[in-house]
Design a protein around this ligand. Structure first.
Ligand SMILES: *[C@@H]1O[C@H](CO)[C@@H](O)[C@H](O)[C@H]1NC(C)=O
Ligand SMILES: *[C@@H]1O[C@H](CO)[C@@H](O)[C@H](O)[C@H]1NC(C)=O
Ligand SMILES: *[C@@H]1O[C@H](CO)[C@@H](O)[C@H](O)[C@H]1NC(C)=O
Ligand SMILES: *[C@@H]1O[C@H](CO)[C@@H](O)[C@H](O)[C@H]1NC(C)=O
Length: 623
């Protein structure tokens, strides 16, 4: 009952019969329509009024139905004061109920069916008091199921010349016929020639419901790729119009490529030789077309690519240049192309001058250069034994010494592209005469006699010097160390000190000779007394004899002087003899010493009356 809706647009029906006088006395009122949901209860009122002066003794009430568009009608109810009767074998037998009072009658239809959508007639007959008839249209409503939308699954090309099917929508089992409206981004789409066509198919189901199918044909543009399409079903309900919207769908739009971009996907930053380069091409078309890649200088040669990526493995400087891509689906001359410049950087192997190895003379200077061709700015550093010895592509070796000898490595790097580096090297050999490592060219030693002494001699030089020894004063010596490495020779001899020794170390090569001299003074052992040699002994005796003779001579002279003065009166002749003997002895001494010039000279001086004392004369001898 709650769902019962009635139309209260009341119309006064003045039922006029052929005879104005006979019928004028009953006034009957019915609503034009009663609206009700399917399955609900419908109540159709029929009100009548006999004028006071004309109260009938008997009132007969009859209800009839007539299907829409059908002229025949059928009674479904009869009632008067004595009986109430629902006609048998009608659609309403057992489904209706009529209640009446003084003012009117009310027809109640239970469980309303779609077929109840028809006109219901109410006829009131008071015989002599007059009669009247009225009708009400019973309207039945059934909302359709929610609309179901289906977009086309294939893409739609903007190049289609006529509207293409975009989607279909169906609203099933509604009553009365529902309508379908299309929306694009919530704006209704209205049919327009060449742009929007809506094709509607209405089906009357066997059970009486209506199902509506609507097909939207639409001329898509590129912007529709983001548009949402939906359909809405509108349907009547008692007293109102309701709507239900489908979910929104998007559709795939195909549109040609109008712009293409080409860029380097990897590696990041600068490209060097050996890198694997990936170029990617992207256009604004849908679906993304495959792309053709070319080089600018060979526009007719298609490069081997896969889809939108061109892979260049292990590039070299020859791969530098302008690359181009265009979509396969467009003509190459449409100028829908993407360009990019690829620059492959390189660093050639370092070239070192002088090459490999170079011989220098001691004291010479040399400039080595190290150059590596590169597309970028390079930086060069020189190393020797891992230590930095120079910067820049030239290295000046000034005033070469043997320390200058060695391997010089130049390392060339590219600061802006750390992956690029190369190196080269030169081996410098300094050639020259042997050079003794020891500062002292002459070494003086003292060593106890009988001991062993090591004499060491080390010399640089290129070519490698050879060391030889020349040892005077010892028969017992031998070499205990003999080593040589690269440019240094080292020799040690062990010498037995028997007497004073002079040793020469001779280091020599093609360039010259260097000598180191050792002189070793043997120190006599303290325990062993040195025996006099016969020669030395006789020397001392002679000196003693000479001194005695001199003393005798002086004594003789004194005695002779005293005798002349008469101081010694006797024994004169004895004294004379002694003096004579002395003189002869003098002669003999001189003769003996004639073999030693220095001694002879000293003796002669002494004899000739020099005033030197005996001590002085001895000193002279020692010299
Ligand atoms: C359906 O469309 C018709 C024609 O435009 C209109 O007269 C009718 O009222 C509509 N019905 C509903 C339920 O919207
Ligand atoms: C529809 O749109 C959604 C999200 O906006 C997207 O994920 C989907 O791919 C689109 N489908 C089509 C057919 O364009
Ligand atoms: C001399 O050198 C050898 C070898 O190096 C060594 O064995 C020896 O002890 C040395 N002798 C002296 C007296 O230094
Ligand atoms: C040193 O040795 C070289 C070669 O053996 C020789 O020519 C030269 O005369 C020697 N010098 C001396 C001072 O012994």
């Amino acid at each position: 009952m709650a769902l019962l809706h009635k139309s209260f647009i009341l119309v006064f029906l003045h039922i006029c019969s052929l005879s104005w006088n006979a019928w004028a006395k009953v006034e009957l009122t019915m609503g034009e329509s009663v609206e009700v949901y399917l399955g609900d209860l419908a109540q159709i009122p029929c009100q009548y009024n006999f004028s006071d002066a004309n109260k009938p003794s008997l009132v007969m009430i009859q209800w009839f139905v007539r299907a829409v568009g059908n002229s025949t009608r059928r009674r479904i109810f009869y009632g008067d004061d004595s009986q109430q009767m629902v006609d048998d074998n009608t659609d309403y037998s057992g489904r209706i109920e009529v209640t009446s009072d003084q003012q009117g009658t009310l027809l109640t239809v239970q469980d309303v069916r779609l077929s109840d959508e028809r006109e219901f007639f109410c006829q009131v007959n008071g015989l002599a008091a007059g009669n009247a008839e009225g009708k009400t249209h019973l309207r039945v409503f059934a909302p359709p199921e929610a609309p179901v939308i289906e977009g086309v699954l294939t893409g739609i090309s903007v190049t289609n010349e006529v509207p293409s099917k975009v989607a279909s929508c169906e609203a099933r089992n509604g009553f009365p016929k529902p309508n379908i409206t299309w929306y694009r981004n919530s704006m209704p789409l209205v049919s327009a020639q060449g742009h929007v066509n809506v094709l509607t198919l209405v089906t009357r189901e066997s059970n009486g419901f209506y199902s509506v199918q609507s097909k939207l044909e639409y001329k898509v543009v590129k912007e529709d790729k983001d548009a949402r399409f939906s359909c809405e079903v509108s349907f009547s309900v008692p007293g109102a119009i309701r709507t239900a919207e489908s979910k929104g769908i998007n559709i795939t739009i195909y549109y040609p490529t109008t712009m293409v971009e080409l860029w380097k996907e990897s590696p990041q930053g600068l490209v060097k030789e050996g890198d694997t380069v990936e170029l990617r091409c992207q256009g604004d078309g849908n679906p993304p077309p495959p792309f053709i890649f070319n080089r600018e200088q060979e526009p007719d040669v298609d490069l081997d690519s896969s889809g939108d990526v061109l892979v260049l493995p292990g590039v070299s400087r020859k791969d530098s240049g302008v690359y181009r891509c265009h979509p396969l689906d467009t003509e190459p001359h449409t100028e829908v192309t993407g360009d990019m410049q690829l620059t492959v950087h390189y660093l050639d192997p370092a070239v070192v001058v002088p090459k490999d190895s170079e011989v220098m003379f001691k004291g010479e200077s040399l400039t080595a250069t190290c150059n590596a061709l590169s597309s970028l700015k390079t930086s060069t550093v020189w190393y020797k034994k891992g230590k930095q010895v120079g910067k820049g592509n030239t290295l000046l070796l000034r005033d070469a010494t043997y320390d200058t000898t060695g391997e010089y490595v130049c390392e060339v790097t590219v600061p802006s592209l750390p992956g690029l580096r190369t190196s080269g090297s030169v081996h410098i050999i300094v050639q020259g005469a042997p050079q003794l490592n020891d500062e002292d060219r002459e070494v003086e030693l003292e060593e106890a006699a009988g001991r062993l002494v090591n004499l060491s001699c080390e010399a640089h030089g290129h070519p490698l010097p050879s060391i030889s020894w020349n040892i005077v004063g010892s028969q017992s010596w031998h070499e205990v160390v003999s080593k040589a490495n690269e440019h240094t020779a080292h020799s040690v001899v062990s010498v037995k000190v028997t007497s004073d020794i002079s040793a020469l170390c001779n280091a020599s090569n093609d360039m010259g000779t260097e000598i180191k001299a050792f002189s070793i003074k043997a120190i006599p052992m303290v325990t062993s007394a040195a025996p006099f040699s016969p020669a030395e002994g006789s020397g001392v005796i002679i000196v003693v004899i000479i001194l005695c003779i001199l003393l005798l001579a002086i004594l003789g002279s004194v005695l002779y002087f005293l005798h002349k003065k008469g101081k010694i009166p006797c024994g004169r002749s004895g004294k004379q003899e002694i003096t004579k003997e002395k003189t002869t002895k003098d002669d003999i001494v001189v003769e003996m010493k004639s073999n030693t010039k220095t001694e002879e000279a000293v003796l002669l001086k002494g004899v000739n009356g020099d005033k030197k004392g005996p001590n002085d004369q001895y000193m002279e001898l020692q010299k």
